[in-house]
Each structure stands twice: as C-alpha cells, then as structure tokens.
Design a protein. Structure first.
Length: 71
C-alpha cells in the first residue's frame, strides 16, 4: 500500500516559508518539493528527521526566503 504523501506549506508574517513533507521516503522528499522551491526562491535551511536517513517514511522542513533568523 502506498504511503499518503503530504506537503504542508506555512508562510510566516516575516515572509519566511516553511515546507513540511511526510509520507515520502528518504531523499525522494527533495524531488517532491523541488518544483515549489524553484518557484519560491533560494533554500536557506534544510532539516531532515531520522526517517530521512533510514530511508523510511520521511519528513523534511525547509525554509525558503525571508530571514533565516528565528527570532
């Protein structure tokens, strides 16, 4: 049975965009988000969960544009 693929896109008040991906194993999440990253601009930070490295159901957090300062 195929995993349910989800992409959650959040835009903060400072213009920072974060993308959270679930249900996409390993490095496939990078391909899954590539089209939206290209439209939004330069990726300034990328975080992977343990599942990404285990090649299991993965989750990815990406920050695109805006300030890379979390304050």
């Amino acid at each position: 049975m195929a995993l349910k693929r989800e992409m959650k896109i959040n835009i903060g008040p400072d213009g920072k965009v974060t993308i959270e991906v679930t249900g996409v194993p390993g490095g496939e999440c990078i391909d899954f988000t590539k089209f939206i990253e290209e439209e939004l601009g330069e990726v300034v930070d990328r975080e992977h969960t343990a599942e990404f490295y285990q090649q299991a159901e993965g989750e990815e957090h990406i920050v695109v544009g805006g300030s890379d300062d979390d304050s």
